[in-house]
Design a protein around this ligand. Structure first.
Ligand code: PEP
Ligand code: MN
Length: 270
């Protein structure tokens, strides 16, 4: 594929990205939590619930790249401090988005994994900056991007010296309007043919519909993704962002039981 050097698959040697005790690239890693950090109580309650249900890492946005400037933009530093507390209490590593290259170095003091959102996949200044950081990067696919463009964005990060890139298929824009995005699950095996980097899916943004998240999480296990990232809120109707795609803790726990059972079945086939 054009432009791929460091990201290209060579001799079937695959990268496992370590985040504390979690290994992305071995088994099926589940990252769960609210779309946005809204308050300490909301985040801690959700963090404990997802931990209880078997999540491996906690997600939560403190900087929100919203389509409208009038929508909730996130709590910033205050949100990062809440995430830090959630990590202390649960032991779950924290995945959080960084939207500005100026913020990368100091956000690393709070984040275990730096998320690059779909809208920033080709923000090359930001990619270079996270490439210099000593934290793994979760690189979401641009909603309008081809696989080639996405992998070249990973190449930018690797080229700055950061080897720990996790790809995330989060859905792309198609002519379909029933779903928020079209979760391109064929990208999972396609990416595995092209690169050694691990790839997870995002059934929440990938569908935007609650009812479609559990089946797409099962499909993510079945297509041999390395994990998924899912939005969970203690009270979805009250969520300040993405309320229509946020699972309740109970819905998440029920889904996790099925996901872990399918994972076991898949592993037994190997
Ligand atoms: C998110 O994870 O909340 C988010 C904003 O994701 P994306 O960049 O995929 O829209
Ligand atoms: Mn969201």
């Amino acid at each position: 594929m054009k432009g791929l050097k460091l990201a290209a698959l060579d001799d079937n040697k695959r990268t496992v990205v370590r985040v504390g005790d979690v290994k992305v690239g071995e088994g099926f890693v589940v990252i769960a939590g609210p779309c946005s950090v809204e308050s300490e109580e909301q985040t801690l309650e959700t963090a404990h619930a997802v931990k209880e249900a078997g999540a491996d890492m906690l997600r939560g946005g403190a900087f929100k790249p919203r389509s409208s400037p009038y929508s909730f933009q996130g709590l910033g530093l205050k949100g990062l401090k809440i995430l830090e507390k959630a990590r202390e209490e649960t032991g779950l590593p924290v995945v959080t988005e960084v939207v500005d290259s100026k913020d990368v170095q100091w956000v690393c003091e709070y984040a275990d994994v730096l998320q690059i959102g779909t809208r920033n996949m080709q923000n090359f200044a930001l990619l270079k900056e996270v490439g210099k950081a000593n934290r793994p990067v979760l690189l979401k696919r641009g909603m309008y991007s081809t696989i080639e463009e996405w992998l070249n964005s990973a190449e930018y990060i690797l080229n700055e010296g950061n080897p720990d890139v996790i790809l995330c298929e989060r859905g792309i824009r198609t002519h379909e309007t029933y779903t928020r995005n079209t979760l391109d699950l064929s990208a999972v095996p396609a990416v595995k043919e092209l690169t050694h980097l691990p790839i997870i899916t995002d059934p929440s943004h990938g569908t935007g519909r609650l009812s479609l998240i559990p089946p797409m999480s099962m499909a993510s296990v079945a297509c041999e993704a390395d994990g998924m990232i899912v939005e969970v809120h203690r009270n979805p109707p009250e969520a300040l962002s993405d309320k229509d795609q946020s699972l309740t803790p109970k819905q998440f726990a029920d889904m996790m039981e099925k996901v872990r059972a399918l994972q076991k079945f898949m592993e037994a086939q190997k």
